[in-house]
Design a protein around this ligand. Structure first.
Ligand code: ADP
Length: 474
């Protein structure tokens, strides 16, 4: 059995800020029948209380011109998967996860410690599957810096881009002083970008195979519009680039058993979904009304997610017979916008800031439509989760949204949601009106679309086979 080591900065059930954690938390489980899978993560403060049975495996020193630090690796097995945690109090035991001035140094340490761990402990790793920029230096370190070490020599590298917009771009000193790379490596064009070093570019250059999280996004990132200035580098690797749609953990996201929602339901008992709506309205101070269409947003509030289209269109949206619940934090002006709107639409609009897992479940269960008008969307998981809970996604036709949401077709009641093409307020509003019209005037058709959505298979069954093909091609 091949041994695959996942390296990432977050993974459920230990730490999550976004979809990356869902994927790293659920894909290994789907692979365990054919592979041995382990996961390597940083040990953040928030993870420590969850490591009741963790044992130290090894300790060593990382030494580069600017880093002289000890590293300890702890191991805990969960659901048959070995999780290895990199412990370093100063770098990782902080209140947050990212966005610190020393992120370059912290994640240089993370990459170096992972490569050193493999050198020190013979885990018989065949493939390292690293994820996003935080682990972007692993292929280079393993294939160039540690290449003569027997534990590294035969390792193949897969790298997954979950979001090209986040690249890990740092001053050159991070490459030279923190990673301790030679001038030759730094100056050969493989890792430099603008005046600095780019972790994501390095991974694109050095990984044997690159994947991203939907077929459409794999195409989109080869062009200027979505390529985030790395499209030329990606084009050089396009024959090793695969777009594989993410799955979701359908056991965790299961409306007929979800412990975080008040009333369980499935596609044949949609009347219980309405009870969740009433419970949500009550909880959030919205007017209790089972027949009013409830719109939901569960998202990071960033420019990527097109949230400003909703805010800019609020008068028109609230001019329809709808209520809206928004959960999420992010850019201050977007948070402020919703806070302001709550006063204006008291009893019809609820805004909850922050990251709130239980409330997210209640929103997926209680809403009728989920808005996701993203500017770009590598894959998107919220729309898949929403569909599983019979909450129809209204999305922009981009990236993984395009690959996972089949737009409603009135001629045969097919479709699993609603979609629009141009990133414009008027297109969003036009489709929203159509969905609202269907809800009020053709409720049995609306229900049919809900059933279509709930009956879609968003598990990892299909996509894990595609990952297996990539692994086996190495
Ligand atoms: P992202 O770009 O943030 O990774 P995805 O749609 O791929 O977007 O994944 C988002 C994941 O994070 C989903 O599981 C969604 O339910 C969850 N999520 C997003 N915002 C919040 C929040 N404020 N509270 C709880 N869960 C959230």
């Amino acid at each position: 059995m091949k041994h695959i080591l996942f390296v990432a900065s977050e993974s459920l059930p230990f730490v999550k800020t976004g979809g990356l954690a869902d994927v790293v938390g659920s894909l290994p489980k789907a692979l365990t029948s054919n592979y041995r899978v382990s996961v390597f993560l940083p040990l953040y403060s928030s993870v420590i209380p969850k490591l009741k049975e963790a044992k130290a495996v090894v300790s060593f020193q990382i030494t580069t011109p600017c880093i002289h630090q000890p590293a300890t690796i702890l191991k805990q097995t969960h659901d048959g998967i070995d999780y290895y945690f990199l412990q370093h109090q100063g770098y990782f035991e902080r209140d947050g996860y990212y966005g610190y001035p020393d992120d370059g140094e912290r994640f240089a340490f993370f990459n170096l410690a992972c490569a050193t761990f493999i050198e020190k402990v013979n885990l018989s790793v065949d493939i390292i599957h690293s994820h996003d920029w935080h682990a972007g230096m692993i292929p280079l370190l393993s294939r160039v810096v540690f290449k003569h070490h027997p534990n590294h020599k035969n390792i193949k590298h897969v790298f997954t881009i979950h979001n090209l917009a986040y690249q890990g771009q740092f001053p050159l000193s991070v490459a030279k002083e923190c990673l301790g790379l030679s001038d030759q490596i730094i100056n050969d064009g493989s890792i430099r970008f603008d005046d600095g070093v780019n972790f994501l570019k390095s991974a694109i250059v050095y990984a044997h195979k690159i994947t991203t999280v939907s077929p459409s996004y794999a195409q989109e990132i080869l062009g200027v519009a979505f390529g985030e200035r790395l499209h030329e580098v990606l084009r050089l690797r396009q024959y090793d680039l695969y777009g594989i749609l993410n799955g979701i953990d359908t056991t965790f996201w299961n409306p007929s058993e979800d412990p975080l929602i008040p009333y369980h339901f499935d596609s044949e008992t949609l009347e219980n979904k309405i009870k969740n709506k009433l419970a949500l309205q009550k909880k959030l101070g919205l007017k209790s009304s089972e027949n009013t269409l409830l719109l939901g947003v569960v998202s990071r509030l960033t420019w990527q997610k097109g949230i400003h289209l909703i805010l800019d269109q609020m008068s028109d949206i609230m001019g329809l017979d709808v209520q809206l619940v928004v959960l999420g934090s992010g850019e201050a002006h977007l948070e402020h916008g919703f806070r302001h709107m709550v006063e204006k639409y008291y009893g019809r609009l609820a805004y909850v800031a922050g990251y709130n897992e239980p409330l997210a479940h209640e929103i997926y269960a209680g809403c009728d439509l989920l808005l996701m008008p993203s500017l770009f969307e590598p894959c998107g998981l919220s729309q898949m989760i929403a569909m599983r809970y019979g909450t129809l996604p209204l999305v922009r036709e981009v990236g993984g949204l395009k690959d996972s949401v089949l737009p409603y077709n009135s001629s045969d009641q097919s479709g699993t949601g609603f979609s629009f093409k141009d990133f414009s307020i008027s297109d969003l509003y036009h489709v929203l009106r159509m969905a609202v019209y269907l809800y009020y005037h053709y409720p049995s058709e609306f229900e049919q679309v809900q059933r279509n959505a709930m009956n879609e298979d968003f598990s990892w069954a299909l996509s894990s086979v595609q990952y297996a093909k990539v692994y086996d091609s190495l």
